[in-house]
Design a protein around this ligand. Structure first.
Ligand SMILES: Cc1ncc(COP(=O)(O)O)c(C=O)c1O
Length: 306
């Protein structure tokens, strides 16, 4: 799925034409991978208005990622949030995937970025289902990756640091080139960590289980599921589990801003449950989709209208 050009990109405080949003080849982040980003979605709601999902939380995670990475972001949460809303409005987008990226500009070369400029860009475009409409509806096929999720003292997984995604890219390429839709990564001790860009849940005997936050991104969609499960009186255990427990799960699903709630119907050539999205996955998915489209007042604070 490619990003379509809606017209404008926000770069260093200005809205500029999409085609002009270029950087110098000596941009520090391009060479060494230190930059941080976010993935945010805005949806057209039932009332016809556009709302951004968990805007404040995403922008705060961008700021936290900078803090973890030791990058001094020269913008406040409010400034970044306003820039995001302005960009969606000025591009006339009713629905959008929004990608803020903080990166280190050109100047000094070598590993130490010295006082190279800290730059921020925000792009937004229309993006459908990340793992396909069919995936959302019928479930995807996944593969346990031969790549291990990176160690937590080397690559800090609470931050969305650009370089962390080299591990995800390798796993994703491996899985898709073998005909699967997504890769599932184990941590360095062999327990399930997460997908290449999603958190993971399994359902066994009516209970949900998801890996604890040790070596994974603290996903907002994961948090949404934890909240919905609690409100629906579904037990959730945040506990480590192994790949064989995946194979015998009744249901498996992935969560992420891009992937939303995507059922998994097959892993490593083993059918999961009945091979179709199970009842708990479907119920959580349907509640989530109602909330993000402004159809559920109980969770109206999850969305922010433009
Ligand atoms: C590695 C990884 N795990 C999990 C997630 C899910 O996080 P969220 O639900 O906040 O989008 C993402 C997506 O940002 C991710 O890149």
């Amino acid at each position: 799925m490619s990003s379509e050009n809606p017209g404008l990109i926000w770069l260093d405080g200005k809205l500029i034409p999409w085609a002009d949003a270029n950087v110098h080849v000596l941009t520090h982040s391009l060479h060494y991978g230190l930059g941080v980003f976010e993935g945010i979605r805005a949806y057209k709601c039932e009332n016809g208005k556009t709302a951004v999902l968990l805007l404040n939380e995403h922008v705060q995670r961008l700021i936290n990622s900078c803090h973890i990475a030791g990058i001094k972001l020269p913008y406040t949460n409010n400034e970044v949030s306003e820039a995001i809303k302005l960009l969606i409005k000025e591009n006339g987008l009713e629905e959008a995937y929004i990608r803020p990226l903080v990166f280190i500009g050109d100047g000094a070369m070598g590993i130490h970025p010295k006082d190279n400029p800290i730059r921020l860009t925000i792009a937004a475009w229309s993006w459908g289902a990340y793992l396909g409409d069919d995936g959302l509806d019928k479930g995807i096929r996944a593969k346990v990756s031969s790549y291990t999720r990176m160690g937590v003292n080397s690559f800090m997984t609470k931050a969305k640091i650009c370089g962390n995604y080299v591990n995800s890219i390798q796993a994703k390429i491996e899985a898709t080139s073998m005909g699967f839709d997504e890769a599932l990564l184990l941590d360095s001790e062999g327990y399930l960590a997460e997908g290449s860009g999603e958190n993971i849940f399994i359902v066994r005997e009516g209970k949900l289980k998801t890996p604890p936050l040790t070596s994974i991104l603290e996903g907002f969609t994961r948090n949404c599921i934890l909240q919905l499960a609690e409100d629906k009186n579904i037990t959730v255990e945040q506990q480590r589990f192994t790949r064989d427990e995946l194979y015998i799960a009744d249901e498996v699903f992935l969560t992420g801003t891009a992937a939303e709630i995507t059922p998994v119907r097959e892993i490593d050539f083993r059918t999961i449950g009945t091979g179709k999205p199970g009842p708990i996955t479907k119920e959580l998915q349907s509640t989530y989709f109602d909330i993000i489209r402004g159809k559920n007042d109980k969770y109206s604070d999850w969305i922010e209208y433009l």
